[in-house]
Design a protein around this ligand. Structure first.
Ligand code: SF4
Length: 162
């Protein structure tokens, strides 16, 4: 019942896309700190802020993690794992968080997302492997793209106004 009411509220405010919660200044980053809120997103009424790593059950702050030897698609297909700086395998949490984002989007008939570049969950074009930036998507971005979402990078926000 409560979820139903929230869903109606979202529809009333014309929500049109999912956004990485940290882009709106929420303290969900691995280190518990926040980025300055992205003003171009704050002034749009249609954003649902979500953090897939939190939705997957990881705490904040948490050890930083990286995809090892692959990208988000490789993680989803079982060819790569997500390992944190303590050496703990957090692959299942990353996949669970991505699936939760997809579920919430589906419930709200949303098929567009703006996601934080360079994150192992949210990266759209590039992410870290060690200290190097490589081409590739994060786990959540890869899942949303494979479900035919329109996925924009945090560095492509201007396209929302196009
Ligand atoms: S980049 Fe994605 S997973 Fe990381 S803090 Fe932001 S919303 Fe959460």
């Amino acid at each position: 019942m409560k979820l139903h009411c929230i869903t109606l509220l979202w529809q009333d405010f014309n929500i049109v896309f999912i956004v990485s919660a940290c882009l709106l200044g929420l303290k969900c980053r691995w280190n518990g700190l926040k980025y300055p809120a992205e003003k171009r997103l704050l002034y749009l009424s249609g954003a649902i802020p979500l953090c897939p790593e939190q939705l997957g059950g990881l705490a904040t702050p948490r050890a930083p993690a990286q995809i090892i030897n692959g990208n988000g698609f490789d993680v989803l297909s079982g060819r790569a794992r997500v390992i944190n700086s303590a050496g703990i395998d957090v692959t299942l949490e990353f996949i669970a968080g991505a699936q939760e984002v997809l579920k919430i989007a589906r419930q709200n008939k949303i098929s567009r997302a703006v996601l934080k570049e360079r994150s192992p969950s949210c990266a759209v074009h590039c992410l870290y492997q060690g200290k190097a930036l490589i081409s590739g998507m994060g786990v959540t971005s890869a899942l949303l793209l494979s479900e035919d979402f329109d996925v924009l990078s945090s560095e492509e926000i201007d396209k929302l106004y196009a």
